[in-house]
Design a protein. Sequence first.
Length: 95
Amino acid sequence: MNSLRRGIALNIAHRAGCGEAPGNTVVACRKALGNKADVLDIDIRHTQDGSFIACHDARLDRFTDARGYVQDLPYRKIRTKDARSEEHTSELQSH
């Protein structure tokens, strides 16, 4: 990055600011941006039906009440699982 060559430190929000909200969630992204993050580090995984979601782990066990791998379930089933926050898992869409 050009800013590193110039000696400028960047505020990078790992897993979208997981220190203040469940990692890779919209809530974490909003908090990180509110804390003036320069970069949001977000992990992306694909579901069985080809959707993409923000999820750090390949398995769902740690962040949801589901068991198994993200790639083995369709988005509609993952969306209904508990992401340990007040929101559902969000599907990523291109615009």
